[in-house]
Design a protein around this ligand. Structure first.
Ligand SMILES: *Cc1c(COP(=O)(O)O)cnc(C)c1O
Length: 410
């Protein structure tokens, strides 16, 4: 939560964080010092806050006076994280949540009601699809899944009761790249009031800022690259004050989806090194993707196809180069030997960790068909291109040569 993104400079002039460069914002935005004057951000671990008088308590509760009340509502450490992330995404305001899925839940509870319709890319994180299919559908929220890269399918899915559209780019796990500007224009020309939301988990604001391309809001799983070291689960929504403070904050307070101060501290420290990590992860991933791609089609190796936006063979290579500053850490590839070959490769790895997570310093490997996308029906997996031979590699910060050595092919 943040009331504004204003900060006073040396001369006492109010400066917007956006007047500073992104590296400065990542390190300085949102810092609040306590009376001790600590240089590194401290963690404020308290469930409630003390009032000086009964009258002050009443004023805080009525909203007459600004200030902290209870950690489910807001907390200084969480505020430092959310102000920092808002400043990086170029948004007015941000709310931190207990997970990435809590961020989606918050968003949906805040902007949707019975009979409303959502259009979302079918090329999304498995649990996001499950949220709409199995949970929100029980509360009268309708949805249509569309193909991320097919603009006609977006156009024909829009309805008079559509309130929200959502997509990830690059998408999980096949790294399809959605055209943020084109989808935003298409949606807004159908109905100005439909909110366009982008899950910026794979790129983070270090590589791409959807709000500058026409999107209204950004959703994050902070669990991934914002943390960057695989320690904590959290999420965030970034957008206008009207959306975040007006519509989402009351829901967060009431529904209790709040981020813990300890996790906020992990994430706000993660943001300080985000650009360095994302640039290095991207160059490592590009080296590994090029290596795998050079072997594709050789029958004894068994790689059918490599999916990585930084490869010229990627169908949206040019689009990704125009909206991202680098290609990120996620590579997928298919093996001709199906599930058996995929599991064999994973089990043979000594360094790379078999885990469903991504966005860690440690490189991770996943078999989406039986894990992250295992709860989708076979038809849904087919429609999303999640084949049995598909492997997702989320490249970390080790020496890329060692990762290449660890992936035993053939
Ligand atoms: C992990 C992930 C989520 C869900 O986030 P959690 O923090 O696990 O709840 C949503 N979207 C994407 C793209 C993800 O990778």
């Amino acid at each position: 939560m943040t009331d504004d993104n204003k900060e006073r400079d040396r001369n006492g002039n109010i400066r917007d964080w956006l007047d500073y460069g992104p590296a400065t914002r990542a390190i300085r935005a949102g810092q609040h010092r306590s009376e001790y004057g600590e240089h590194s951000e401290s963690i404020v671990v308290t469930s409630s806050f003390v009032f000086e008088s009964a009258a002050q308590a009443a004023a805080r509760f009525s909203g007459e006076e600004e200030g902290y009340i209870y950690a489910r509502f807001s907390n200084p450490t969480v505020d430092t994280f959310t102000e920092r992330l808002a400043a990086l995404e170029g948004g007015e305001s941000c709310i931190g949540t207990s997970s990435g899925m809590a961020a989606y839940t918050l968003l949906c509870l805040g902007v949707l009601g019975v009979g409303d319709h959502v259009v979302l890319s079918r090329n999304m994180f498995g649990t996001t699809l499950i949220l709409f299919k199995n949970i929100l559908s029980r509360f009268g929220i309708e949805y249509t899944f569309v193909d991320l890269i097919d603009l006609d399918s977006w156009q024909s899915a829009l309805q008079s009761n559509t309130r929200l559209v959502l997509f990830e780019t690059p998408a999980n796990p096949l790294t399809e790249v959605g055209d943020v500007a084109a989808i935003s224009v298409l949606v807004k020309s159908f109905n100005q009031d439909i909110l366009v939301g982008v899950d910026n988990c794979f790129c983070t604001p270090a590589l791409q800022t959807p709000l500058t391309m026409g999107a209204d809001l950004v959703v994050h799983s902070a669990t991934k690259y914002l943390d960057g070291q695989g320690r904590a689960v959290g999420g965030a929504v970034v957008g206008t004050n009207e959306l975040v403070e007006g519509k989402l904050l009351p829901i967060m307070r009431g529904a209790g989806l709040s981020m813990s101060p300890f996790n906020a501290w992990i994430f706000l420290k993660g943001l300080e090194t985000l650009q360095l990590r994302m640039d290095k992860i991207s160059s490592n991933a590009l080296a590994i993707a090029k290596h795998l791609d050079s072997l594709a089609g050789e029958s004894k190796v068994g790689i059918e196809k490599v999916f990585y936006p930084g490869l010229p063979s990627h169908p949206q290579y040019e689009l990704s180069a125009s909206q991202q500053s680098a290609s990120g850490g996620v590579i997928s590839f298919t093996l001709s030997g199906g599930r058996e070959a995929a599991w064999k490769l994973m089990d043979a790895a000594r360094l790379v960790s078999i885990t469903a997570n991504l966005g860690d310093t440690k490189t991770t490997i996943t078999h989406p068909a039986t894990t992250t996308h295992g709860r989708l029906s076979e038809e849904e997996r087919d429609a999303s291109g999640i084949s049995e031979g598909l492997i997702r590699l989320a490249v970390g910060l080790e020496d890329p040569e060692d990762i290449i050595d660890d992936i035993q092919l053939g």
